[in-house]
Every structure is written in C-alpha cells, then in structure tokens.
Design a protein around this ligand. Structure first.
Ligand code: B16
Ligand code: MG
Length: 217
C-alpha cells in the first residue's frame, strides 16, 4: 500500500486554469500579443516565468525584455490573478475531490500538495482544505518545474517517504511525466490523448476512487 498521495492543485483539486488564462490574457492584450484558450492548454502545470516566456514567444514581432522587465510583467499578471481568485470558496472544489480526500485521510495515508503555484497555500485556505494536508510544497523553493520530478520528490523527501511508496495525481502531461520520472505511481485525470503515459487514468475527478487506486498500486 502507498504511504503518500501527492496532489496537483490546478485541474485536480480546483480549476484555476481559467483564472490564470484571464489574467495572462489581460497582460497579453496590453502587450498586443494574441493568445487564446487553445494556446492556454500548454501553460497548464508550467510555472509563472516559463509561462511568460511562452506567451512572449507568441508575439508577432519579437519584443526584447530585460530580466527585470519580465519579473515586472509576471508580477503584474499575478496581481490580476490575485483579484480573480478572491472569488474562490469551497464550491470551487472539483467534483468528487472532497470525498476522495476524506477517504485518503481516513486511510491514514499521508497527503501532500505538489503544485507549481506560489499561490497554492492561499487557494487551499479559500477552499477550506488546508487541514487535510501533511505537507505543502513551496513552489518558490523548486528550482526545476514540471516535467522535472523535483516538485514531487520534494514532498516525499520532506516527509521521509521512499518515492516508490508515493502516488502522484495530475491533470497535465508535464505533471504526469514529472511523477513518472520521480519513480512514483502516476494517476492521470483527463484525456487519454495527453495522458497516455499515466500508470492509471480516469476521465475526470468524479471517476477517482480511492480504493481502486490502492488496488491498482
Ligand atoms: P502561480 P499546478 C500551475 O498549477 C498552473 O497549472 C499553471 O498554469 C501556473 O502557471 C502555475 O501553477 C504557477 O502558478 O503563478 O500562481 O505561481 O497545476 O501545478 O497546481
Ligand atoms: Mg495541474
């Protein structure tokens, strides 16, 4: 039986992708860079500065920003994002996740959050889920973002649990890759076309069954 479940946040526990999109879209509009929801798919699971680089790469004529200017742009986007996530409350927990976390807690198996978001702790608070978590990875301390395994190994290391005893739950291709490269059991939530490399795959959060994953592990 596994000793630790590590959850991704955006796309697994709640859907902040739309808020990220709206905040990036506002910045991109100000810069005259065209982005749409389709393009936004590739930002899922990708950290803030890497997301900015990908957006700047969409400019029709290349714009050269200094590192300092880029930090300013990312900070501006985060300001827009923080305004949008003020609205988050427990109704924003994705279907089935409340019961799943409860089953995980009852089992005595430890629970960690492995999100790329520097706003993760604030969002868990707004969802009123903080009490479930034994450990929350600090995204600011992660030097290599997903698909690098560091986000997931950091959680296991902090709780002193071997990687082979861990399960990682992810909705993004880069996230599933990170879990696999960490040597953990990967659970993908979403589309087979993006997540075929997951050890176990469900279509959406409602299909997640705690006991089923223990059986598959
Ligand atoms: P922040 P996850 C990721 O969350 C999002 O999917 C990604 O779109 C976002 O850029 C990243 O967090 C960083 O977020 O700007 O709040 O630090 O899927 O890893 O939970
Ligand atoms: Mg995600």
């Amino acid at each position: 039986s596994p000793k630790l479940f590590i959850y991704d946040l955006d796309g697994v526990i709640t859907d902040t992708a739309e808020f990220h999109y709206l905040a990036w879209k506002k910045l991109a509009d100000e810069l005259g860079i065209p982005i749409d929801r389709h393009f936004n798919e590739q930002l899922k699971g990708i950290n803030r500065m890497d997301s900015l680089d990908r957006i700047l790469g969409q400019a029709t004529s290349p714009i050269d920003f200094s590192e300092q200017e880029k930090i300013g742009l990312a900070t501006r986007k985060n300001g827009y994002y923080l305004e949008l996530i003020e609205a988050i409350n427990p109704n924003y927990i994705l279907p089935g996740i409340g019961d799943f976390l409860e089953a995980n807690k009852q089992s005595g198996i430890k629970i960690a959050l492995g999100s790329a978001s520097k706003n993760a702790a604030r969002i868990l608070d707004k969802l009123e889920l903080t009490g479930y978590f034994d450990y929350i990875v600090n995204a600011a301390e992660i030097t290599k973002g997903k698909p690098d395994p560091e986000t997931f190994t950091a959680a296991a290391d902090a709780l002193n649990i071997p990687y082979s005893d861990c399960v990682g739950i992810e909705d993004a291709a880069a996230g599933v890759e990170a879990v696999n490269r960490a040597g953990m059991f990967s659970v993908g939530v979403g589309d087979d076309a993006h997540l075929s490399h997951a050890d176990y795959l469900v279509g959406n959060t409602q299909e997640l069954e705690f006991q089923k994953i223990l059986d598959e592990f």
